[in-house]
Design a protein around this ligand. Structure first.
Ligand code: GCW
Length: 724
């Protein structure tokens, strides 16, 4: 693809020139920032906004002295001090006019007349202002210490966003918040040598050169960020796990990370290799049904809990992308999961067993073979066979974090198994943090998708994915949300200040998936950039539009991200998807494009959904246009609902997407002087770059489609410009 390469080089050169030119005179930094504080900046409020909090009691009473409660107290003092310029004093139990922090166990002894809500669940919190001994008090209480910490962060968030008196009157505050699901975890794909698989924010904050870092300051700061959005678990190492993490000497090192997580209520977990009993344990087998293997896991887990008493559990990737798995011994995934689950059970630990299991040596000649079918085929037959502390961790879509996929049918088909949905915060296929792509709107589509499960199975009318994974509808003991984050040592954590909206958004959705994308991005923007209405309007609009824009020039109509799947997962390279066994096929040829996954003539993938969903996708007429090519193979001249042909839609979408990506530059420039200089410049540079990359994508894909289809652009933009 010579012309593509040329276009790419030109566009990149243009970007470099633009970046150079924009480094001209900019306003003085109002408040130069690196992005390291993310949404916990606690910037001073304007005097007018601070008035809302004049009645905030001047002292804190802490009931209890656990590390988490002490953290809560410290955070409150810091936040109020920075934002309101007031020093909260630490009082004693008999103090009047205080903010009282404590769990439901301690509180009644102090204020017997207070009646906390009956439905306060673990990790939930209650913010309540009340009269006590004739003075005003603000109570932050919960059934667990962690809930108290979450309550403190919630109060500080309100102050930072300067919620108006109408929304938060300190004198009448009465707010109960419960998390939607017990599991709100992140996974890091950190290797022990310090590199991060699919990480775009620098090296690992946990590991360097095969060891745990000596200085774990950043790990502690990360735990603080996680706690502030209600995340309670973190698996610190790559799911392509190095067996060495389970060496006793390494566990001793890892316990230091657990120590810096603990004050923030974040529990540590490890990804482990199923082959460990053989690879590091000295056994000649890792057969999950061999009693020696069970005994090995039991002893290993006991040892871990001896060192890390609040250890959360394991994550396992097995029989996937070359990993060892139970298939070696003809055993099932349930056998593999359960042998480890039984070792964890006495300690209250859980195991996440990933459903990302597929054959990456598929026969691409076979039009019936389909990677999308793999998770269901592997796990549906095992429904009911997993122990109750096993959680099957399922990627949101059936392929692999593409810019658009339908939701995985497996969510609907594990009625007797705990589930978690795995969402990818690190933007592997969605711009790698170098391009703006706010993923909350995409995740919400998956979470809100109604699976229409047979009413006989679940006695309800709607069965959205969010309720299924949280274990609500089918009454599972545990379940929820896992986000693959991959923060690194970069000051901005993820490699870009704007990308942090995805981590924030993941946490907020895991806490409450009923929040709207608009609400989440409004919160994040205010916390990250302040409450200037101009800034809030511009950034929220850009973020909310960004996924559709990115999709429109990288993979419209559900064809998948047309990227280099054999290399960096970033540059355009639609040919790389075909003629290999990875199964990320779009089946584009001279006549048409798309994977036929219908029951009638295709791979039959659609048959994995409940009947009502099958009917939606099986019919070409009813299938939504934005997933058309995921489910159907159509000629380029097929006419969409818009009245456009597929080929013209692809051309228009790419031109429109590239134009809209370019518009980010002027939208961002409208904020000059309203955003601190440091972030203003940094982000401007990124938008200049993205505009150039969007042109690279536009030209590469339009060129490819034109060469395949032979159909020119009806608007005359193409092929004229590129053919010479
Ligand atoms: O898509 C693939 C990624 C791999 C990743 C794998 C997985 C950790 O490209 O880098 O491996 O998904 O989710 O296991």
């Amino acid at each position: 693809m010579k012309s593509t390469q040329r276009a790419k080089t030109l566009a990149r050169a243009a970007a470099i020139v633009a970046v150079f030119l924009c480094a001209t005179v900019l306003p003085h930094p109002a408040n130069a920032e690196t992005g390291a504080d993310a949404w916990l900046r606690y910037s001073p409020l304007s005097p007018q906004a601070a008035k809302n909090y004049e009645r905030l009691p001047p002292q804190i009473v802490l009931l209890g002295d656990s590390p988490v409660l002490k953290t809560a107290q410290q955070e409150l003092i810091q936040g109020v001090g920075q934002m309101l310029g007031r020093t909260l004093h630490v009082g004693i139990a008999s103090s009047r006019n205080a903010i009282v922090l404590g769990t439901l166990t301690e509180l009644p002894a102090l204020i017997p007349e207070l009646h906390p809500p009956q439905d306060l669940r673990p990790d939930g919190y209650w913010l309540k202002s009340t009269k006590f001994r004739g003075s005003e008090c603000l109570i932050i209480t919960a059934s667990t210490d962690r809930g108290v910490l979450y309550g403190v962060f919630a109060l500080l968030s309100k102050i930072a966003r300067a919620e108006s008196l109408a929304d938060i009157d300190i004198a009448t505050l009465d707010e109960l918040q419960n998390p939607y699901a017990p599991i709100r975890w992140v996974n890091q794909w950190d290797n022990l040598d310090g590199r991060i698989e699919r990480g775009y924010g620098g090296p690992s904050i946990f590991f360097v050169d095969g060891n745990v870092r000596a200085d774990l300051t950043r790990a502690g700061q990360y735990a603080r960020l996680l706690a502030s959005i209600g995340i309670n678990g973190c698996a610190i190492n790559n799911v392509n796990a190095a067996p060495g993490v389970l060496e006793d000497s390494f566990i001793a090192q890892v316990s230091r990370i657990a120590d810096v997580f603990r004050p923030w209520g974040v529990q540590l977990s490890l990804a482990v290799d199923l082959g460990s009993p053989k690879l590091i344990g000295g056994l000649d087998t890792f057969d999950p049904l061999d009693p020696r293997v069970a005994e090995w896991w039991r002893k290993k887990v006991d040892e871990i809990y001896r060192r890390i008493p609040d250890f959360a559990g394991f994550v396992v990737k097995a029989d996937s992308e070359g990993r060892l798995g139970p298939s070696t011994y003809g055993r099932t995934h349930a056998d593999a999961a359960n042998v480890i689950a039984r070792a964890l059970k006495p300690h209250g630990g859980v195991i996440f067993y990933r459903a990302f299991v597929y054959n990456h040596h598929l026969d691409w000649h076979d039009l019936k073979s389909d990677r999308a079918k793999a998770a269901y085929e592997n796990f549906h037959p095992l429904d009911g066979a997993f122990d109750d502390n096993v959680i099957v961790q399922i990627k949101n879509g059936p392929i692999d974090f593409q810019v658009r996929e339908p939701v995985s049918p497996l969510f609907a088909r594990l009625g007797r198994t705990n589930e978690a949905i795995e969402l990818q915060i690190t933007q592997e296929y969605t711009g790698q943090q170098r391009q703006l792509c706010f993923l909350v709107p995409m995740w919400k589509e998956a979470l809100d998708f109604d699976m229409h499960i047979d009413a006989n199975i679940a006695d309800v009318n709607t069965t959205p994915v969010k309720a299924l994974v949280a274990g609500r509808i089918l009454h599972r003991p545990v379940g929820g949300f896992v986000g693959v984050t991959n923060v690194g040592m970069d000051a901005t954590w993820l490699g870009s200040p704007l990308a942090m909206a995805n981590l924030y958004g993941f946490g907020r959705l895991a806490w409450d998936p009923n929040l709207t994308a608009e609400k989440i991005i409004d919160e994040w923007t205010r916390l990250t950039f302040g409450n200037d209405p101009l800034v809030v309007k511009a950034i929220t609009t850009m973020q909310l539009n960004s996924w559709h824009i990115y999709e429109s020039y990288t993979g419209p109509l559900g064809a998948g991200t047309l990227t280099n799947i054999l290399g960096n997962h970033y540059d355009p390279s639609p040919e790389s998807s075909e003629e290999n066994g990875w199964g990320q096929w779009h089946r584009a040829d001279h006549a048409g494009i798309g994977m036929d996954r219908t029951i009638a003539t295709g791979t039959g993938f659609i048959g994995q959904y409940p009947p009502a969903v099958q009917q939606l996708y099986e019919s070409l007429a009813r299938s939504p246009d934005n997933l058309l090519l995921f489910f159907h193979h159509v000629p380029y001249t097929y006419v969409l609902r818009s009245g456009k042909t597929v080929v013209q839609h692809i051309y228009d979408s790419h031109y429109d997407g590239a134009d809209r990506a370019r518009d980010f530059i002027s939208q961002w420039k409208s904020l000059e002087g309203h955003v601190d200089n440091e972030r203003y410049r940094d982000i401007l540079t990124r938008f200049e770059y993205q505009a150039a990359e969007a042109i690279v994508w536009r030209d590469a894909i339009c060129d490819w489609i034109y060469k395949l289809s032979g159909i020119p652009d009806s608007k005359g933009r193409f092929p004229t410009r590129l053919s010479h």
